[in-house]
Design a protein around this ligand. Structure first.
Ligand code: F6R
Length: 242
C-alpha cells in the first residue's frame, strides 16, 4: 500500500485522471471500476477532457459498476446509474455492450449479484478500481463490520450512509439497502486507488491508515493490498502526522 498526497483537489484529480488514462493506454481491453460520489467528480471532468484530446482506444474497455442504491429507480438523478451516465458514459467513448451495472429493478437481486460476479470472473480481474471512502470507512457499500470474504452482495446501509447519501438526491428519500461489489473483488483488483479530499475526510483517513486493521473500518483492509494507493489532497491528509 502506498500513500500519495497532493497539495490541492485539482492536482489530485489531474493525477487520478492520468492514472485511469494510462491504464487504458497500456491495456486497451482493461477492466475498470469507477466510483460515483462527489470526490471523483473533478477526476471524471478531467478524464473526459483528456480522452477527447488523447490517444486512448476505449472501444474494448470493460466497465463493472461498484454499487447502486436498492429501491431507487435508475432514472432518479441520485442513482449511481444516472451519475455514471452523466459523468462518464456520456463523455467517454465506452461501448454499451462492455458496461455492466447492477439492475436494481430486478426482482431477484441475488441473481444480479451472480451476474456481476460472472462478468468480473469472465473479463477480470479489475485492472483499476477507483473508490471513494465514506466517513464511516466504507468502500463502495461495504459497510463497517462487513465480511471480507464476500463478492457482490446486498447490504443494509448504516445510518451515516443513509443520512450522508441524501446529498445526492433532489429531495429526501428513504435509503435502506445497497448492492455492491464485495471486499473480495476490491482486494482482488490489480490496482485500487482510494481517493479522498477535504477536511471532512481527515479523521477517517487517519483511522484507515494508522488505526487497527479491522473490517469494522473496511478501508483499513486495503493496507494489506500491495496494489493499493491512497491518493489524498493535503486537507484529507491533515491528521496523518498528528
Ligand atoms: C460511491 C460509493 C461510496 C462513496 C463514498 C464517498 O459509488 O461507493 O462508497 O465513494 O461514500 O462519497 P463522496 O465521494 O460523495 O464523499
Amino acid at each position: 500500500m502506498k500513500i500519495q498526497i497532493f497539495q490541492t483537489h485539482d492536482e489530485l484529480s489531474d493525477f487520478v485522471a492520468g492514472e485511469i488514462l494510462d491504464t487504458v493506454r497500456q491495456k486497451p481491453e482493461a477492466m475498470l471500476t469507477l466510483a460515483t460520489g462527489d470526490t471523483p467528480l473533478l477526476t471524471y471532468k478531467k478524464l473526459s477532457q483528456l480522452s477527447i484530446n488523447g490517444d486512448a482506444d476505449w472501444s474494448r474497455v470493460k466497465f463493472a459498476a461498484l454499487d447502486e442504491w436498492v429501491g431507487v429507480p435508475p432514472e432518479n438523478p441520485g442513482s449511481c446509474k444516472s451519475f455514471l451516465n452523466e459523468n462518464i458514459f456520456n463523455r467517454i467513448p465506452l461501448q454499451q455492450q462492455n458496461i455492466h451495472l447492477f439492475d436494481v429493478r430486478s426482482a431477484d437481486l441475488e441473481k444480479e449479484c451472480a451476474k456481476m460476479d460472472h462478468f468480473i470472473r469472465n473479463h477480470g480481474p479489475v485492472d483499476l478500481m477507483l473508490v471513494g471512502i465514506g466517513v464511516s470507512g466504507h468502500i463502495g457499500f461495504n459497510e463497517p463490520g462487513v465480511s471480507a470474504d464476500l463478492y457482490s452482495h446486498v447490504i443494509d446501509l448504516e445510518s451515516t450512509t443513509k443520512s450522508v447519501g441524501q446529498k445526492y438526491f433532489p429531495s429526501d428519500i428513504v435509503l435502506s439497502q445497497g448492492i455492491t461489489l464485495g471486499l473480495k473483488h476490491i482486494l482482488q483488483a490489480k490496482k485500487v486507488i482510494v481517493i479522498a479530499n477535504g477536511h471532512h475526510k481527515a479523521g477517517i483517513i487517519k483511522a484507515s491508515l494508522k488505526g487497527e486493521i479491522t473490517n469494522n473500518v473496511p478501508a483499513t483492509l486495503l493496507r494489506r493490498h500491495p496494489g493499493a494507493l491512497f491518493a489524498l489532497d493535503s486537507e484529507a491528509a491533515t491528521l496523518l502526522d498528528s
